[in-house]
Write a protein that binds this ligand. Structure first.
Ligand code: N01
Length: 531
């Protein structure tokens, strides 16, 4: 079927885009590599996977009845519940009829004469071509799972898992010797649960991570009722936050350096007790001023020292980099897990990872034997799944070539040379620094309004102007450079992928971004070339 809008991905971005396009009367179809909806939440089924934004915020707001009727069981919803929510939305809005599952978009080439995208799609046993006027990439920011590039990868003879490609059946670690490589968010969520099951667990840590307690708990019915009595107001307040969440405990707009040490500790303590990502909002300059940041980092290091009984293990678990410049982790019992007799930490800075062997992992000259190996080694973030598709724009220009030195977009929505192509939560937009659900809806609403406007104004084609794109790239970098974000090797910078250009990919600050997008639209899509 030839469609107006072809959507890649049926996660929360693709699902809402499909609904939006259909509600505008456009013929739309989504292609999804998985066998079901949910994107990130479809793939990341590892033990302990759950959201780190409050459930009442991490949900769609486009339909009042939907947000009123759905009930979240916990403050931070577990993955199976988020997946059930995605399924519920797909049913409620009859989305599945226009989603083709188990299908991967391999290639998309812009046919300039026909002003259409020619898209090559492959299923289990066949490959075919289809076409669309608009190509919308809802491929997700953390979808391209990354195995470490080390000797012997693939040689392990036991059970091997990547947290981002977890099997659909339950994995039982009981009585098993387990190794986990990585200590990012996925590892921090899964390690305490794996440790409870496994006979023994060895955690291989390259960079210690800052983590704050989640303080997860069952949803408080009184709180839920309060939110639902004015859900629109609650959403509006959250949208005005720097990261589009957390209006219940907004950032304290004073400098950490303007108060004495006791007041600082009290403020950190209050946020530690509250739990979750608002910890970084204890003061307004924790990610702007190195001295303020050190105060927060010292506080967390002190907590690690208190929690972890063995001083040598505690010292190894203490991060030294800027707190928050890698995404802060949110845990339940992570540090305390290292007090268990069956858990051991291997510091890869002391004992470098040498190879994966059929029996396990060799590091620092020692072979550690395992029955199961878990790679919690993250993703080729933000660009990985976009560039996995061979995308060719005007004159056959490959997106992979255009982005060789890092992604170049206008507003994180479009890229010059690639007409009628939109990215949902693309690089250059706030995306991963925000509540993703809010960013996704903002992008889909903006794209929907744009498509509707083009139809009314009889435009066939929209494309980012090269000069607007260059200015936008400079702006995204300039904003990042005013902060401490570029100061450590994060996936925001692509630093976790050998050879990936070091560019800070997301834009910091949701409210000014929304203002800019609205302004661009109000000025007849300023910075875009229309045809
Ligand atoms: O991946 P990561 P993740 N040798 O990249 C290590 C979101 N998320 O899947 O820091 C040895 O953070 C790597 O070490 P280093 C969230 O946005 C959210 O955990 O690069 N180690 C690191 O420790 C998050 O930030 C939730 O030195 C290697 C780890 O593997 C993002 O997804 C839950 C290595 C990778 O950590 C990614 O999280 C889960 C190597 N060659 C994820 N290569 C929520 O809470 C990598 N590592 C909602």
């Amino acid at each position: 079927m030839e469609v107006d809008v072809l959507i890649v991905g049926a996660g929360f971005g693709g699902m809402y885009m499909l609904h939006k396009a259909r509600s505008l009367g456009l013929r739309a179809r989504a292609f999804e590599a998985g066998s079901g909806v949910g994107g990130t939440w479809y793939w990341n089924r590892y033990p302990g996977a759950r959201c780190d934004v409050d459930s009442l915020e991490y949900s769609y707001q486009f339909d009042e009845a939907l947000q009123q009727e759905w009930q979240w069981s916990e403050r931070y919803a577990p993955q199976p519940e988020i997946l059930r929510y995605a399924e519920h939305v797909a049913e409620r809005f009859s989305l599945k009829g226009d989603i083709q599952f188990n299908t991967r978009v391999e290639k998309a080439a812009y046919d300039e004469a026909a002003e259409r995208w020619r898209v090559t799609v492959s299923g289990a046993s066949e490959t075919w071509e289809t076409s669309a006027r608009f190509l919308i990439l809802a491929t997700g920011c953390l979808s391209s799972a990354k195995l470490p590039e080390i000797e012997g990868i693939g040689r392990f003879a036991g059970e091997q898992y990547h947290t981002g490609r977890w099997p659909h059946h339950a994995v039982d670690f009981s009585g098993k010797r387990v190794g986990v490589i990585g200590t990012g968010s996925s590892a921090i969520q899964s390690i305490p649960l794996i440790a409870r099951q496994a006979k023994s667990l060895v955690v291989f840590q390259r960079t210690p991570t800052y983590s704050v307690p989640a303080r997860n708990r069952p949803t408080d019915p009184a709180y839920e009722a309060r939110v639902k009595s004015d859900y629109a107001g609650f959403r509006a307040r959250n949208s005005r936050m720097l990261n589009a969440f957390g209006s219940d405990l907004p950032r304290n707009e004073t400098s950490a350096l303007s108060v004495g040490a006791d007041r600082r500790t009290q403020a950190f303590e209050k946020r530690w007790e509250h739990g979750g990502l608002p910890f970084m909002g204890a003061f307004n300059d924790l990610l702007l001023n190195a001295e303020a940041n050190t105060a927060a980092a010292e506080f967390v290091r002190g907590k690690i020292q208190e929690i972890v009984q063995d001083p040598a293990t505690a010292a190894r678990l203490m991060p030294r980099q800027t707190i928050g410049c890698k995404r802060l982790c949110v845990d339940t019992d992570y540090y305390a897990t290292f007090n268990r007799p069956n858990v051991r930490l291997v510091d890869l800075r002391e004992s470098p990872l040498e190879e994966i062997t059929p029996a396990g992992v060799r590091s620092g000259g020692v072979e550690h034997a395992f029955d199961c190996l878990v790679f919690a080694t993250g993703f080729d973030a933000m660009t990985g799944s976009l560039l996995a598709i061979d995308i060719r724009g005007r004159g056959g220009l490959a997106l992979r070539d255009k982005w060789r030195d890092g992604p170049r977009t206008y507003l994180g929505l479009g890229s010059a040379g690639f007409p009628n192509l939109f990215t949902i939560s693309g690089p250059g937009s706030p995306s991963v620094l925000t509540n993703m659900m809010v960013s996704i809806e903002q992008h889909v609403n903006w794209i929907g309004e744009c498509l509707d406007w083009m139809r009314r104004e009889q435009h066939e084609c929209i494309e980012a102007a090269p000069e607007a794109e260059a200015a936008w790239g400079a702006h995204v970098n300039a904003v990042a450079d005013r902060t401490l974000f570029p100061s450590c090797n994060s996936w925001y910078l692509g630093a976790n992928v050998p050879g990936k250009p070091r560019v800070f990919m997301p834009l910091i600050g949701f409210p000014p971004y929304v203002e800019k997008c609205n302004e661009v639209a109000a000025r007849g899509y300023e910075g875009f070339v229309l045809g």
